[in-house]
Design a protein around this ligand. Sequence first.
Ligand SMILES: [Zn+2]
Ligand SMILES: [Zn+2]
Length: 360
Amino acid sequence: MVFAFSLARRRWCVLVVLAAGALAHAGADGKLPALRELPKEVPYVLRTVYLEDPRLPTWDFAQRSLLYARLEALLAQWFGYTVKITETGRHDLATYFARHGPVFRRHAEMIAKVRIDIDQPGGMERTRQAISMDFRRRELAQIDGYLRLGGARTHTEAVEAAAAQFERNFAEIRQIRVGDGDTFWSPVRPELNSYPHWCALQYDTTEADFILTNTMIVGPDAEMPIYVISRGGITLGNTNNNPHTAFQGTTVVGLFPFLSDAPYFLRERGRIPEAERMEAVAMLCLHELGHLLVRCAEYYDHPHCVHVAPVRLEVLSWYRALKQRGPCRLPHQKVSSFSSAEANRPPRQLLGSVLCARPF
Ligand SMILES: [Zn+2]
Ligand SMILES: [Zn+2]
């Protein structure tokens, strides 16, 4: 996924969209240089920060190191990049967000535009409008593939059914019980899971190319694409523009949808065998870094393609299909920005068409 401030979330034609979590926003400055291609002949260091919510299941440094090693191997095998993932810091999530108050104030206009507070008057109507905005570009068959609405006959019916489904799912997600008997969603710290807040952080950080966290981005927003809508607002990963980093972007991936066995996840995702949990996370990270490193667009209809985000929360079957039948040999287009605005421009704005996947 990308942001309008974020790369991987937008769609500019039937086949191509930028975002697995989401693609990225243009940011407060508006204009950014086009993304440079990253040559494969040179090695890269991916500076990684881990942000931890102590109430939630987590991975210790040894487990995270195993993930980084697995991801380094996948980046080499699938994309041909030599990458060293170096964790440069681990921080308490709430403290980190509090410390970055100036960033959120700097992006206040974007946050106000993109964020939807479903509890405020008009919040559900804005959610419905965001769903309608995404659905109007899609065929009913594709909508039903994600939402499984039981055969909506018109786009209006589909939007209404999807809005009702979203409201139920998001309510259930917010009430997930976490370690201390608290609910996952904190009404006093909603920014910790807010898509535009994460996009602002991704845009402005100078210390991270990759942010791993044990929470997740969740909730309605004005830019959410169909796969986020189908998950009750969960963004698994997001890549956004960042004018301060060597990669011209920063990626975030949330572990909570993989580490929690709350009833919502067991129903929507199934139980992940321990032997496959880290593998599935690594593959999702590979999808997101396909945006950051390869500059690859978001795809919807390639079979067993890592550039297609998981449908709903079916991360296990998604991962297994990729392991057994990937990588995808079809051509993939690159993007010149991680912003949704950019992503909605005609294909001539793209850098070109390349084969992202390599045989191994
Ligand atoms: Zn994506
Ligand atoms: Zn593909």
